[in-house]
Design a protein around this ligand. Structure first.
Ligand code: CMC
Length: 392
């Protein structure tokens, strides 16, 4: 009742107030808890940033060590959970496996799901941080028919994930520290982005009183779409298609501008940034660094550079303020690291997890929190009389 406004896509409507992430989309500024993204990407680590997002303060050395230790002791999945992966077809999309497994996790911790108990919330967040890399690695191992490894807790967070993903019990696998550092930095860049589609989903599901696992599983599903986290895979598929079609970047841009159905410049544009996405600038530099170390240059990097150059000089993109977003160059790095395209969005989920946890906790602790329940404008039929089936 009362006055209802229509704002499809929440273009102008704030769903909450938040102290976590600040974006100035016109100026291309992003800060977590007040700290500029470039400083965090260059000087922090993913676990430190996760602590910062969740606890609203940079940790002391002792606090960080305790946080990392708590995560380390929870990296194992229950043995029954390992069997869970056997139930999916080999070609299951790893995002579907990931969200199913996150939901399934809640079945093992039924005595610690209460959103109103701070200790239970704390341990749920730790368990998710600890187990998501294990689940992600298993989703990949399953897809290639390899045995599921156990975590190696002598390694750090990202190194452990890389070893579980690429290691084999029969072959010595040494994690490349440079690649681990780059992946850690990419996780930092993805760690939060205020009220994006998946984070809003996590909050909306949580606003009903659902537990953290259920809320995060919903976030994973929201992230899977090509307009959101799925864009990183879609960019690589687009670059590959351009290469297969003969590398004619101008022809592809013409198709985008003609708004051919289903043809967009993936990795470009953003609801909030009307300037260069500050994360994209950092990723572009990392892509150049990582790809320059490869024995054989990736032709897709050249295609990406050319696409960006053409788009940034073209009135279609300039007038609509379409710039590269975080996803434009990430796929090239993930590919260089050896990840298959299907895994790219899973990597986004690993990075976004602390943001989801922090935002969910902020919502639960907000005294003004209410169940999310948007209104609608009804445009259907006026009242009509039911007609029995034999009279239709
Ligand atoms: N290629 C071509 N045209 C585009 C693109 C694009 N990537 N993005 C927006 N436009 C056009 C759009 O057609 C519209 O034109 P017109 O005014 O003539 O109708 C205008 O720009 C405004 O776009 P919009 O769709 O109203 O903008 P939005 O805020 O609803 O959508 C977006 C934002 C990110 C979904 C969109 O830019 C897009 O689909 N980009 C490609 C997918 C992508 O890279 N997504 C990742 C986003 S960043 C990481 C994340 O948060 O997940």
């Amino acid at each position: 009742t009362g006055y209802v406004t229509l704002d499809q896509g929440f273009v102008n409507t704030a769903s909450c107030s938040s102290t976590i992430t600040y974006i100035d989309g016109d100026a291309g500024i992003l800060r977590y808890r007040g700290y500029p993204i470039d400083q965090l990407a260059e000087r922090s680590t993913f676990l430190e940033v996760s602590y910062l997002l969740i606890h609203d303060a940079l940790p002391t050395p002792a606090e960080l060590a305790e946080f990392a230790d708590k995560i380390r002791v929870h990296t194992l999945l229950q043995e029954e959970m390992r069997q869970f992966f056997g139930g999916f077809p080999r070609d299951a999309h790893p995002m579907a496996v990931l969200s199913s497994a996150v939901t399934a996790l809640s079945t093992f911790y039924q005595d610690a799901l209460d959103p109103n108990d701070p200790e239970q919330v704390e341990i749920s967040g730790i368990r998710l941080m600890a187990k998501l890399p294990t689940i992600a690695a298993y989703a990949y191992k399953k897809s290639i028919g390899h045995p599921l490894p156990y975590p190696d807790n002598s390694l750090d967070y990202v190194q452990n994930f890389l070893r579980m993903t690429f290691g084999l019990p029969t072959v010595q696998y040494d994690v490349d520290p440079t690649l681990a550092k780059v992946l850690d930095m990419l996780f930092i860049l993805h760690a939060d982005h205020e009220q994006n589609c998946s984070t809003s989903t996590v909050r909306l599901v949580g606003s009903s009183g659902a537990n953290l696992y259920s809320s995060v599983a919903a976030g994973v599903n929201a992230l899977s779409g090509p307009l959101h986290g799925g864009a990183n895979s879609a960019v690589l598929e687009m670059l590959e298609q351009i290469r297969v079609d003969g590398g004619d970047v101008d022809a592809f841009v013409r198709r985008v501008k003609a708004k051919e159905k289903g043809v967009k410049l993936m990795g470009f544009g953003h609801r909030v940034y009307k300037n260069y996405d500050p994360r994209a600038a950092i990723v572009k530099k990392a892509a150049q660094d990582v790809l320059s170390t490869m024995a054989k240059p990736d032709p897709l990097l050249e295609i990406a550079f050319k696409l960006e150059e053409i788009a940034l000089a073209d009135d279609y993109f300039v007038s609509r303020k379409l710039y590269p977003n975080v996803d434009f160059y990430t796929g090239l790095i993930y590919k260089a690291m050896g990840f298959p395209t299907k895994m790219f969005t899973v990597l986004f989920a690993l990075g976004r997890l602390p943001g989801w946890i922090a935002q969910w906790r902020e919502m639960v602790n907000d005294p003004a929190n209410k169940i999310g329940r948007p209104r609608q404008l009804y445009t259907g039929s006026p009242e009509r009389e039911f007609v029995p089936i034999d009279k239709r």
